[in-house]
Design a binder for this molecule. Structure first.
Ligand SMILES: Cc1ncc(COP(=O)(O)O)c(C=O)c1O
Length: 471
């Protein structure tokens, strides 16, 4: 038994199943038949199950075998308002997306008037405080890749004192032999994940399998000052890690003058084990980077768009000065980054590509933002997240030695399992019982539900999770 469920302001999603329903092993025979077909042409080994896209509603995914799963993983944290939200379907049916459905434009060449509405009224409406500009792309890795490039452009422009690049520099770059730019660096943290494109990958440091066999930039890494939970039991260790990380970042800025373009950091390391750092660390990091003229890139690809109970996780830090760049994707449906005006390159086309995002995703985001605001889903996420955390404490209290380290910010939550193999078994047993969860880092279970998750869903999930813990 868990604590009684608190109320939230979110209205129920019409047509949502009442509970999980499991008819076959998951993946079942229909999923396996599809995998065999699919696998002939694409690598389908990572697929958990094939989903019945039309029948999935709210927090519940329905698979092609007719199983109904409570989904607390949300397509790797990318599902903002659950499956087939009635407002999204109504917008689709009413023709609200028609302007974006007939062709996919090159948004840097001939966008439509509606795209300007999306930028002005949706993307900028939810922009983090202090961010004057937004760049759109498609994925999280692209967002990071281009945010890093923006930081390099700013550093080079400063070094040239605003003068244009010399003919020698223009020749050298064509031979990959820029004496100065080739020494530019991005500082990242161990355990961080920033995507799998070649530049972003040099800042990604969560798992070797992501990086193996790919040439990488020799950029510095700093030990992430993760907090051990419960915080009061580990105050001294946590403070020591924070001080060490700040000292190392400061030392790198001093030992590589004019070479460090940016520090990139996740508010919570979402792939690398749900590792949290303290607001004091982030405030000091902001002050330090400003002192050294180094850009601070806050990677909110996984934490952004509401999962922590705020639009942007970094808004909880109480920064005196905003970050220079904030990357996003996943629940935002589009990739991109917000930036201060200073990060906009002096010349156009320095950061560019064919699509520059996707108007159809922007049109969907308009509706999603309306739903989140109208239905008070950020508040719901905070209430549900508190309840989830209290249940995780209860669960680990009942299973000491197996579960520990419950932590959450909103419903962006995790709990540690004794070891990785046991974690994998629990996640897989939970799926057999109709609960979809994810792994994070070596031995954590992660929760990344949609913003429509309510305490009653958490109660159902906790019963399933407890039944999946094994002997
Ligand atoms: C913090 C962070 N940055 C970047 C990425 C890369 O995003 P994508 O998979 O869309 O390229 C991810 C993906 O999980 C992420 O969690």
């Amino acid at each position: 038994m868990f604590a009684p469920c608190p109320a939230t302001p979110a209205p129920p999603v019409a047509g949502e199943p009442a509970a999980v329903h499991v008819r076959t092993p998951i993946p079942g025979p229909a999923s396996e038949a599809l995998r065999a077909r699919h696998g002939r042409f694409q690598d389908a080994r990572t697929v958990h199950y094939y989903q019945d896209a039309r029948r999935s509603v709210g927090n519940y995914a329905v698979d092609v075998d007719g199983n109904t799963l409570l989904d607390l993983y949300g397509h790797i944290a990318a599902l903002p308002v659950g499956y087939n939200h009635p407002d999204l379907l109504a917008a689709w049916r009413s023709g609200r997306f028609d302007w974006a459905a007939g062709y996919r434009p090159a948004l840097g060449v001939a966008p439509s008037a509606e795209w300007v509405d999306v930028v002005e009224h949706t993307l900028m409406r939810i922009a983090p405080a202090g961010m004057a500009q937004v760049m759109t792309v498609t994925t999280g890795a692209e967002a990071v890749e281009n945010a890093i490039k923006a930081a390099f452009i700013r550093l080079a422009a400063r070094r040239r004192g605003g003068a244009p690049a010399s003919p020698a520099e223009l020749r050298a770059c064509m031979l990959n032999q820029q004496a100065e730019a080739n020494r530019f660096k991005i500082i990242s943290f161990d355990g961080g994940f920033h995507g799998r494109s070649l530049g972003a990958l040099s800042a990604t440091r969560s798992k070797a399998i992501h990086k193996l066999d790919f040439p990488a930039f020799d950029w510095p890494v700093v030990a992430f000052p993760y907090q051990q939970f419960p915080l009061d039991a580990f105050a001294a260790e946590n403070a020591a890690r924070t001080a060490a990380a700040l000292e190392r970042v400061g030392a790198l800025c001093i030992s590589h003058p004019d070479e460090i373009a940016a520090v990139i950091v996740e508010p919570i390391q979402g792939e690398g084990g749900d590792r949290h750092a303290s607001p004091e660390f982030f405030r000091a990091l902001r002050a330090l980077t400003r002192r050294h003229g180094v850009a601070l890139i806050v990677d909110e690809v996984q934490t952004g768009a509401g999962g922590t109970g705020a639009w942007w996780a970094h808004s909880a830090w109480g920064l005196d000065h905003p970050p220079d760049l904030v990357t996003f994707s996943k629940k935002m449906q589009l990739g991109g980054y917000y930036m201060s005006s200073e990060l906009v390159a002096a010349e156009p086309l320095r950061i560019f590509n064919t699509f520059l995002g996707d108007p159809l995703r922007g049109a969907q985001l308009e509706v999603i933002v309306e739903v989140i605001e109208r239905d008070h889903l950020l508040e719901t996420t905070r209430i549900t997240g508190n309840y989830l955390l209290s249940c995780l404490y209860e669960l680990s209290g009942r299973h000491p030695g197996l579960l520990s380290g419950a932590r959450a910010s909103g419903t962006f939550a995790a709990i540690d399992v004794r070891d990785g193999a046991t974690r994998d078994q629990i996640v897989s047993r939970a799926r057999q019982r109709g609960l979809e969860l994810g792994g994070s880092g070596d031995r954590s279970i992660r929760f990344r539900p949609a913003l429509i998750l309510e305490p009653r869903h958490v109660a159902e999930a906790m019963d399933i999770l407890e039944a999946s813990l094994g002997a």
